[in-house]
Design a protein around this ligand. Structure first.
Ligand code: GDP
Ligand code: MG
Length: 173
């Protein structure tokens, strides 16, 4: 098998929802509770096999801060899809989801795959956004919805990335 395909996938969403943590969990299998804001852009790569084809994923970690507004276009360029993440304990991050979906699509086009992820489900007692509400928002936009925990990890996180590839590229079906 050769490293034949290179796909860039972005992450977006408000500040501190767990964008960096999800990428680290997926790419390195680690989690840290020390908060370290992402400055600018961080790029990680991960080699995976989808349907017997080797794919190199380039995972771009975008900064949530509006202050990086003009640079976001640059992070999105060339990407095949985007994970829009919110924190199930913080309503403001959920309210911003539509904005982040529109922001990505304004740069990459309406047909580019975007998925919505409610993160931090390990904090169930602090939950303010129900699964039903998250699902309803995704349904209203017509895109997939997941809930996960970057802290707990689990198979679902890898599944989000493989689903995005298999659901959108005939080549990997
Ligand atoms: P980003 O600003 O979106 O990149 O968010 P970070 O990945 O830096 O995470 C922000 C904070 O939330 C950090 O303190 C993380 O340790 C914490 N965090 C991220 N994901 C989870 C999770 O699934 N569960 C819990 N309990 N904390 C998380
Ligand atoms: Mg970050």
């Amino acid at each position: 098998m050769r490293d034949k395909y290179v796909l860039k996938i972005c992450s977006s969403g408000s500040y501190q929802v767990g964008k960096t943590s999800l990428i680290r969990r997926y790419a390195e299998g680690t989690f840290t509770s020390n908060y370290m804001p992402t400055i600018g852009v961080d790029i990680t790569s991960k080699l995976i096999t989808v349907n017997n084809q080797q794919v190199k994923l380039i995972l771009h970690d975008t900064a949530g801060q509006e202050v990086f507004g003009r640079l976001r276009r640059f992070y999105y360029e060339g990407s095949v899809g985007c994970l829009v993440i919110y924190d199930i304990t913080r309503r403001d991050t959920f309210d911003s989801v539509k904005h982040w979906v529109a922001d990505y699509r304004s740069v990459r086009g309406e047909d580019k795959p975007v998925v919505i992820i409610g993160n931090k489900i390990d904090l169930e007692e602090q939950r303010t956004i129900s699964t039903k509400e998250g699902q309803a928002l995704a349904d209203s936009i017509g895109i997939p919805f997941y809930e996960c925990s970057a802290k707990l990890g689990g198979e679902l996180i890898s599944q989000i990335y493989t689903d995005l590839i298999t659901n959108n590229f005939d080549l990997f079906k």
